[in-house]
Design a protein around this ligand. Sequence first.
Ligand code: NAI
Length: 417
Amino acid sequence: MRTKSTIRNPDLAEKGWRKIEWVADKMDILNEILKEHKDSKPLAGKQVVICLHLEAKTAYLAYVISQLGADVAIAGSNPLSTQDDVAAGLAAQGITVHSWYNSTPTEYKEHLNKVLNAEPDLIIDDGGDLVEMLHQTRKELLPNIIGGAEETTTGIHRLEAMEADGSLAFPMMAVNDAKSKSLFDNRYGTGQSVWDGIMRTTNLVVAGKTVVVAGYGWCGKGVAMRAKGLGARVIVTEIDPVKASEAWMDGFAVMPMEAAAKKGDFLITVTGCKDVIAEKHLKVMKDGAVLANAGHFDLEVSKPALNKLAVEVSEARENIKRFKLEDGRQLYLLAEGRLVNLAAADGHPAEIMDMTFALQLSSLLYLIENPNLDAQVYNIPDDIDQMVAEYKLKSLGIEIDQLTQAQKNYLNSWTNQ
Ligand code: NAI
């Protein structure tokens, strides 16, 4: 069911479509899958509802899905990550878009509700807000849903909790956990785009500074690795002794946030947890410290604590809030503590999102081919993961060795014992 889009400014369509065309040209895997299935239109007659950060790569995924026959309705998955020109460019292609940059909490919910009015057969979610709304206030839509796919770590955690308490009503594919996603998108994608966001927003030097990275999961590893490459001294904070040991062996200093907070020039949270930077940490920070978050929700740097401690709050520069404390120190928060790489930049590079979105599209095709899956969280099948990696190598022009029959026999001899 196609309805009128809710976008900020349709006049931005041409600029937005140029951004989409730019990334489309770099998304080789998605283009291969499109070429393979374009004539058979495997998604014909299906309504696909998407909730993802609405920037150019996402828009191209939505466009490709529509080219495979589906009706598509899309909303942004974060109030600050929708790009209004991209939203307009996509709407001009006949795709239903309900989203704009800087939506209020009420508008954000309204946009999700509006895309759900399309009555989805299939969904793509990022962080779990769409799934939550479906299970809480739009239950009437549940019987229609064949299944969906989840983009990010926090969303998978929410789905697993629903599966455990028996409330999940349809199958969800864990795109985030595929090897060809987390190893690349979370690590190299976040690693590069977080620094893109911080550097373009602050225009400050990174070399020689002290960077504190909270969380040494897939994303944190990328952020720390790129900080090191930029010449920073890097400190990692963790709660998991294994990850903390890994960070140490990778050459980073490891200490609790209470100690790290005193040293950091840039402090970046990427944990999926809350209050990672809390009042006691803010109290000991250096004058001029820059705070940014790359985890899914804006809870990792405590905004209530910042507001409580501040005697004056002002906008230092676009996307930078200055908090002046009683003792004269100034702390800077980027992009309202929301995902800095999406709220203050363009998200991951196109070649990275190509892999992730190839997994998203393949998940939808898999759900169509396997309509009787149980209401649980499914790993991406190995053959899909392999296919994405193989397409990636092909697009890079890289060949790798193949096992000979003798080598296969040798390896099998161990598993058969
Ligand atoms: P992960 O589970 O691999 O890593 C999270 C790490 O944070 C773990 O090692 C955990 O021990 C650590 N941690 C948890 N609480 C902590 C605390 N209080 N202090 C210090 N460390 C703590 O997760 P991943 O994939 O790295 O994702 C992290 C967050 O980033 C999630 O919210 C995820 O949804 C989000 N994400 C953001 C992206 C972006 O573009 N900005 C891309 C992908 C994921």
